[in-house]
Design a binder for this molecule. Structure first.
Ligand code: MN
Length: 134
């Protein structure tokens, strides 16, 4: 099967709708699919309003994030949150439990290419959220 070129992907086809993510996110988060999901590959632009973040989760076969605008945080379970900024690329290995989200004073927009099934856990607690300050 040949590769597919999707011209202007974010402006046409599947990218024409924005969905508000709710149940596994804290705060206001919007998803724009940039390509149809194929073979367990999900590609989205994800916009986090200031302070918004994912719940804890992992990706069956890993995930790549590319920060397109703003700044925020990536945090592995048991570690301190680390800052991410426009232009940064994050590689999340298969099965590594983590969260990502915006800074308190900034939006975060990232491309997310998620491989395989995403498994969701609980909300990032206030204490875990505050750990970024230290
Ligand atoms: Mn993730």
């Amino acid at each position: 099967m040949p590769c597919t070129i999707i011209p202007n992907s974010s402006l046409s086809g599947s990218g024409s709708s924005t969905a508000k993510a709710t149940t596994t996110f804290t705060g206001d988060v919007y998803m724009d699919k940039i390509a149809p999901p194929t073979d367990g590959i999900m590609s989205n632009h994800v916009t986090f309003l200031p302070g918004a973040r994912t719940f804890w989760h992992h990706h069956e076969n890993g995930q790549i994030l590319e920060v397109k605008a703003g700044s925020g945080w990536i945090c592995d379970k048991g570690e301190r949150p680390r800052r991410i900024r426009t232009g940064d690329l994050v590689q999340c290995p298969a099965g590594t439990v983590h969260w990502h989200g915006a800074d308190e004073g900034s939006m975060l927009v990232h491309l997310a290419v998620s491989l395989g099934k995403t498994t969701w856990f609980g909300e990032v607690s206030e204490e875990e959220w505050r750990a970024r300050e230290g």
